[in-house]
Write a protein that binds this ligand. Structure first.
Ligand code: AMP
Length: 533
């Protein structure tokens, strides 16, 4: 990253007010996508960028938007909506607005931004649009509604269009709205299309909105490199997965906020109920929960209320055959249409400061692996990913390895997590004890109970996202779901087992000191180890 030929922000011909904002943000240099996209965008090129969240993609298009608006305001002073940013979710809308506000901190009067993706009432938003903010951020359906209500007129003034997370716009069913609103745009405008994947839908959209676009498929940008993101795998079969997660969490071998991914909704509750036995609280996040609950869970997670979230990814993994390499898109689409269209835990919704991603069950596609693991090591933060691999998951692990390993490199990307399962044998009895309480029936009841609870919460939460009242902060999503069966004695680690803990600590310490390739030093920073004397 520190190569000499990096183009720096101050070499891009940006307005001083933008440079000042960048300095205030503490961004010393552009991310890869910013370095490539900003100069091209400033030349007036249309762009199609393959970019994941966390790559700095928002600023990659926001900076040229702001620059162009500042430039055109030197000659045309009339206030008008000059740029439209389309997003698939209100969370992303909010994030984009926040980012643009930060970047325009020193020119907020010249470049005004309004996010209209969130609030429910169309007529309440009319006054905002009457003021003609320079940049409007919204979902396609909202824009279409405003066009229909004649609150919004883009035909004459629009200069730039951004479609962010284009692939998700399609999966969330915004296709029709998107197409119809394109008819209300002027003939000529500059367009940027950002998408994590370049599937057929995105290709079709490219034909519709882009003119001679520059394609940015940034190599190596799919996941950060190993200096920032450590990826590990550990072989373990079904029962051992539970044993391992229990000891990792209970002994503090995994530190910081963690996302634990499992293969289906039942398994979310199985794992939650299992951890409950040991008084390890965790939230469950899946497509069954109402959208408001999900957003609230993530926002509380971001605020530090919870350390662990147990999640499924939106593709559902019950039927891996449908997600085989050749037909990933088809399988995905079918699945999604039936489910909540705004669901995208491992995709669009932004988690903050995730230290670890744990694949309790390995994902069923390479794409899903990249999206899950991409939740950590965002921007310049370090992160780690640990995948539990049973014998049935070995094949998929090999596929992930194949994709992630660069050409000519023989090193595997997922390093073996040096953990001796024998060392935690002493915990097996307690683990089995806890697993026995988590019956099929208990899982079923917990799942039902939580949905009921969250549907009630959801009503209250609707207003939360509108006015943010303080008391709703107190609403929690990590309560015990099956308190009756919790055995108090499982809460603490007994004396005869703390010996095991000391052994593990020593084992780790040993690794840290003597590892020939330095990999275990990384365990110290990510899966931090408590050294007990
Ligand atoms: P995004 O990919 O737009 O969701 O951005 C991910 C995160 O990276 C955001 O929190 C940004 O604030 C941060 N970020 C973006 N660009 C830079 C940069 N050049 N230097 C440091 N952090 C950045």
């Amino acid at each position: 990253k520190m190569e000499e030929d990096t183009v720096h922000f101050h070499e891009m011909g940006l307005d001083d007010r933008i440079l000042k904002a960048l300095a205030d943000l503490g961004w010393s240099q552009p991310t890869l996508i910013q370095e490539k996209a900003i100069p091209l965008a400033l030349e007036g090129k249309d762009l199609l960028a393959r970019a994941r969240t966390g790559s700095g993609k928002t600023a990659a298009y926001a900076i040229p938007l702001i620059q162009r608006i500042l430039t055109s305001k030197q000659t045309v002073r009339e206030q008008a909506i000059r740029a439209l940013v389309l997003v698939p979710t209100k969370e992303l809308g909010q994030q984009v607005q926040t980012m643009i506000r930060q970047l325009t901190a020193f020119c907020s009067r010249d470049v005004r931004v309004a996010d209209i993706s969130g609030k429910a009432d169309i007529s309440a938003q009319k006054p905002i649009l009457m003021e003609k903010p320079d940049i409007v951020v919204s979902t396609p359906s909202r824009v279409q509604a405003h066009i229909n209500a004649q609150n919004l007129q883009l035909q004459t003034s629009l200069e730039m269009l951004v479609i962010d997370e284009a692939d998700l716009l399609f999966s969330f069913g915004f296709e029709a709205d998107l197409k119809s609103l394109l008819c209300h745009l002027p003939k000529i405008y500059q367009a940027f299309l950002m998408s994590a994947t370049l599937n057929d839908d995105v290709q079709a959209l490219k034909e519709l909105v882009l003119h001679n676009p520059v394609m940015l498929k940034l190599q190596g940008s799919q996941l950060p490199d190993s200096s920032q993101l450590q990826q590990y795998s550990v072989r373990c079969e079904e029962e051992d997965k539970f044993l391992l997660i229990y000891t990792l969490l209970k002994l503090g071998l995994v530190q910081g906020k963690s996302l634990v991914f499992v293969r289906d909704v039942d398994r979310c509750y199985r794992l939650k109920l299992f951890l409950e036995q040991f008084s390890i609280p965790a939230c469950v996040l899946n497509s069954e929960l109402p959208i408001h609950s999900r957003c609230h869970i993530i926002s509380q997670f971001n605020q530090g209320f919870y350390n662990y979230i147990i999640a499924t990814d939106e593709q559902g993994l019950e039927n891996p055959a449908r997600h085989s390499q050749k037909t990933p898109e088809k399988g995905k689409k079918k699945k999604k249409k039936g489910k909540d269209k705004e669901y995208g835990v491992s995709r669009g919704i932004d988690f903050h400061n995730v230290s670890n991603v744990i694949n309790f069950d390995f994902p069923a596609s390479v794409e899903s692996y990249i999206h899950r693991v991409g939740r950590t090591a965002r921007a310049d933060n370090p992160g780690s990913a640990l995948s539990f691999i049973s014998h049935t998951e070995l094949q998929m692990l090999a596929e992930v390895e194949n994709t992630l390993t660069g050409e000519g490199s023989h090193d595997s990307v997922l390093k073996p997590y040096g953990f001796k399962m024998e060392e935690i044998e002493g915990f097996r009895y307690r683990c089995r004890d806890a697993m026995r309480s988590v019956t099929k029936q208990a899982v079923k009841e917990a799942r039902l109970k939580e949905i009921k609870q969250e549907l009630l919460n959801s009503e209250k939460l609707k207003t939360y996202f509108e006015d943010n009242p303080r008391d709703l902060q107190l609403l929690r999503h990590d309560k015990d779901l099956h308190p009756a069966v919790i055995k108090p004695h499982l809460k603490n680690v007994p004396d005869y087992l703390s010996k095991t803990q000391r052994q593990i600590d020593r084992q780790k310490h040993f690794h840290v000191c003597f590892s020939p390739d330095g990999a275990e030093k990384l365990i110290l920073t990510s899966f931090k180890v408590r050294i007990q004397m």
